[in-house]
Design a protein around this ligand. Structure first.
Ligand code: ADQ
Length: 749
């Protein structure tokens, strides 16, 4: 059975030292519940801080042995670690920044250094525990560097990362001095998960703008490997809250609360003490409700539960004071002899009491200024088994995307909250039932079990694909075999794409001119009379001629097969017309005008719309719109649209790299054929190759090619290994024709 290692700052068990005795307290978090019901059978291990400072060695050993019996592996932190890594960098730098509280962010090199050091401590522990087939799932903002550290040491393990808080927009994230390191840390994972697609979008944008990586369909291409990004909205243990009403203790509490708050509308809010939760705004709104609508006095009751949290961080202390003062003011201002408007509890409640309050409350008031997801809103919905109750929910909570049947408010608008409270108080029962039932459907469907399952299944399938990719990637031994085959062959054909295959991409087409190393390599290959080297590119023939025309013996195919140069002369494959150009050029120009950085390249028989220099967000949008516009115009005129790498090209149909390659393939009985290309247009070449040819895709994108190579750098290494053997006249003993390189596959679930 494979194992799943869950790495989180906090363990599901908390260790306490009481009167020299070690006490172990179970904390049943949502994550543990979700993982318990995974459909894949995995042995689960936890790695994290046990809640106790690293003290004496013997105590640590004792705790390690005890927890080890339950597959829990503690990482001991000193008090100073905890302060600098947890309270300071995690909670005074990342937390406020990622929740858009820019003014609270502390930038301190010392706390950053400690954050790095503690991430390394976690890495050390994981490496002690991990085995080759383990799946490692790292949780949350405390450990953003960990996936990167682990990837270096464990290149073949499946690594996932989930961020439980929002990922901010690029504009905010860029202010962080250590932004690139944090991103690189997250890139160590195979799959990075967020609660919503908004956070996912922000992350992809930061990856592009800060680290310079391109992405396609939620996949960030790092060259040798890629990172998948997706949204997995976390849910709750729905059954637990929905069925709670059948527990005798819950029933008892419900009966008590119903009697206690009889005849009143009970408004409930439940949060950890945090400035991101909008507690102050909520209190102000309640004050305004009672002031503007005095008819609600003695008719509504606000019950506010706040769990103490991060009390050593100064902003939390002053928030606590502000809340205390506001509650005092509201009660002082509106209370009567029979009624206190705000009941405020600053403590954690046992599950039975919490569930009973959710069940009883007429209105669930959830108004965070920012929240990754917000599970309280979902717990409230799940507990409303009588199909009544109204959820008021902030649009700034991740949960608002799913829970659209709530009354959605802007938490910064006090009058918005007041209006929503008024609507909720007056909402007819039928409407309440309709909304709650629809919300329950959603919360029941997107449970924490499903969240964990979806993440692990996706991580597994990504890894499976990457293993396939790795399996197809040509290694040193296979390079030697190809070189041996080349050397032993009498007739050889090399079909080589240019951009992205022999040279890296440049911002503009002219900048990607060939360097001396490449020219030397091609010249050497062409010196051998039994080797035919053909450059087969989408570029215009004039440029290619200027760059390569001087290399004797080099054959060139330009504009995806429209032009061919043989023995120094250029000729067109077909008689072609250009009367379509003005109309298509006009359309392309209109889009280029609206897309800074985009431009048109005119080739003899094609037009190319380049957008590599443009902002990726606007460029992708415009490229999509341009494609849509071109489809009709091109089909009418029998033109072909090529959607290439940051370029959209229109040309006459019926001529492509495949049809022109065939001319070369049919010319002789080649002993050795190799084709290398990175672009979608190179797939046409791969498709027409005979069985014994080597087809090699450069990069990680889908391809029909049999083999892969990570980048243009490796193409050059492979080509430089190809040396003709003038004395060899026959095939080597090993039969080369029709053979397949054999790859070893790693086991996946
Ligand atoms: P939190 O910021 O802690 O979580 P939330 O998702 O609302 O926010 O979870 C709070 C949990 O604490 C709930 O399960 C709730 O029942 C419990 N709780 C709150 N007050 C309580 C009380 N007085 N007594 C007992 N229990 C109480 C972070 C992110 C969120 C994200 C979660 C999960 O900030 O945005 O939803 O992680 O990813």
């Amino acid at each position: 059975m494979s194992r799943l290692l869950i790495v989180a700052n906090r363990l599901p068990i908390r260790v306490k030292l009481q009167e020299q005795e070690l006490m172990y307290e179970q904390s049943e978090g949502g994550l543990a519940t979700g993982l318990d019901s995974l459909t894949i059978d995995l042995e689960k291990h936890w790695i994290g801080w046990p809640g106790i400072f690293s003290g004496q060695k013997e105590t640590q050993e004792l705790i390690t042995t005890e927890l080890g019996k339950n597959n829990i592996h503690p990482v001991f932190l000193s008090q100073e670690d905890q302060e600098m890594f947890y309270e300071r960098f995690s909670n005074k730098t990342i937390w406020p920044l990622f929740h858009y509280f820019n003014e609270y962010v502390e930038y301190d090199e010392h706390t950053w250094k400690r954050y790095k050091a503690v991430n390394k401590l976690f890495c050390k522990k994981v490496l002690e525990v991990a085995q080759p087939d383990d799946i490692i799932w790292v949780q949350d903002y405390h450990l953003m560097l960990l996936p990167g550290l682990l990837r270096e040491a464990l290149p073949h393990n499946e690594i996932g990362f989930f961020l439980h808080i929002p990922f901010p927009s690029y504009e905010l994230f860029r202010t962080l001095p250590w932004r690139k390191e944090l991103l690189e840390g997250m890139f160590g994972a195979d799959l990075v998960g967020f609660h919503t697609y908004e956070y996912m979008r922000h992350f992809i944008s930061a990856a592009n703008r800060i680290a310079g990586y391109d992405s396609k369909l939620g996949e960030i291409n790092l060259g040798k490997r890629s990172v998948h990004i997706d949204s997995f909205p976390m849910g709750i243990n729905y059954e637990k809250f929905h069925e709670a009403i059948h527990l005798p203790k819950v029933k008892e509490h419900v009966a008590h609360f119903k009697k206690r708050f009889q005849g009143m509308k009970l408004i409930l809010s439940v949060d950890r003490l945090d400035y991101s939760k909008g507690i102050v705004q909520r209190l102000k709104a309640f004050d305004q409700l009672l002031t503007e609508f005095p008819q609600h006095r003695e008719k509504v009751q606000f019950l506010m539960l706040v769990v103490p949290s991060r009390s050593s961080v100064d902003q939390y202390q002053s928030l606590k004071e502000e809340i205390d003062e506001l509650v005092g003011n509201i009660n002082g201002k509106h209370a009567t002899m029979n009624w206190i408007p705000v009941h405020y509890y600053y403590r954690s409640l046992p599950f039975e009491e919490l569930a009973a309050l959710y069940h009883t409350a007429d209105i669930g008031l959830v108004t965070p200024l920012r929240d990754g997801m917000n599970l309280v809103a979902k717990e409230y919905v799940a507990s409303k088994t009588d199909a009544n109750g109204v959820l008021i929910l902030s649009e700034m909570a991740g949960a608002a995307i799913e829970l659209s049947d709530a009354l959605i408010i802007n938490p910064n608008s006090i009058s918005d909250i007041v209006q929503a409270m008024n609507t909720a108080i007056a909402m007819p029962e039928a409407e309440q039932a309709e909304r709650i039932k629809s919300l329950q459907k959603q919360v029941a469907k997107q449970s924490v079990q499903r969240w964990a399952n979806d993440f692990i299944l996706q991580l597994n399938s990504i890894r499976q694909k990457q293993v396939e990719l790795e399996g197809k990637t040509i290694n040193g031994k296979e390079t030697r075999e190809i070189a041996e085959h080349f050397s032993a062959s009498k007739t050889r054909l090399l079909l080589l794409d240019y951009d992205g295959t022999l040279v890296p991409f440049a911002k503009t087409p002219e900048q990607a001119n060939p360097d001396a190393e490449l020219l030397d390599m091609l010249t050497n290959l062409c010196k051998d009379p039994s080797t035919k080297t053909v450059i087969i590119s989408g570029r215009d023939h004039i440029t290619l001629d200027r760059w390569f025309g001087h290399i004797g013996g080099l054959e060139i195919i330009a504009e995806h097969g429209i032009w061919i140069r043989e023995e120094g002369n250029w000729k067109q494959v077909k008689k072609l017309k250009n009367d379509w150009k003005p109309e298509i050029a006009e359309t392309m120009q209109a889009f280029a005008d609206k897309t800074p950085g985009a431009f048109i390249e005119e080739k003899a028989y094609s037009l190319a719309w380049h957008y590599r220099k443009s902002d990726p967000w606007i460029a992708d949008l415009r490229a999509f719109q341009l494609l849509n516009t071109l489809v009709y115009k091109c089909s009418k005129r029998n033109l072909e649209i090529l959607n290439g790498n940051k370029v959209i090209e229109v040309k006459i149909s019926g001529v492509d790299k495949g049809t022109t390659s065939k001319m070369w393939l049919n010319r002789e009985k080649w002993d050795f054929i190799i084709a290398l290309g990175d672009d979608r247009t190179d797939e046409d070449i791969f498709e027409v190759l005979p069985q014994h040819a080597y087809s090699i895709k450069v990069g990680t994108q889908e391809s029909v090619a049999k083999h892969r190579i990570p980048s243009w750098k490796e193409t050059r290494k492979l080509l430089s290994a190809l040396k003709p053997n003038p004395f060899s006249v026959s095939l080597p003993k090993k039969k080369m024709e029709g053979r397949q390189l054999v790859y070893q596959r790693r086991r996946v679930i």
